[in-house]
Design a protein. Sequence first.
Length: 145
Amino acid sequence: MDALDLIKEDHKRLKKLLKDTLEAEGSQREHAMDHLRTELVAHERMEEEVLYPRLRDENKARQEVLEGYEEHHVADVILDELLDVPAETDLWKAKVKVLKENVEHHMDEEESELFKKARAVLDRDELERLGERMEQIKRSAEDAD
Ligand SMILES: [Fe+2]
Ligand SMILES: [Fe+2]
């Protein structure tokens, strides 16, 4: 599958998981968070292992890629903090809300800015090849969890 189509499809799923997690109540919260965490981390890793390194050295795309790494880092920090916050608290919900807003903004930016740069630099064949590698990484990240 084309790398950008794969990312876009994944973003759709992640947006739903973010919404479900924010709306979860009671004992559902931890379960929703675990699911979201697994999927979000696997998504970040496949981008960081395949697409980002490929684009990082292209002058046209470099700045967007560097921003992407930073935005992943912010999401990882919030995910880590959530490990220490009880799911029944208001603080938990506040952190999930901020995570949701940050990740949604990041995904929208990837789909507009980064995709535009990627299409300018990569041809169809290469996008297919990168997509295949990303699918493999995502599958092994999910299996390992
Ligand atoms: Fe990303
Ligand atoms: Fe993404």
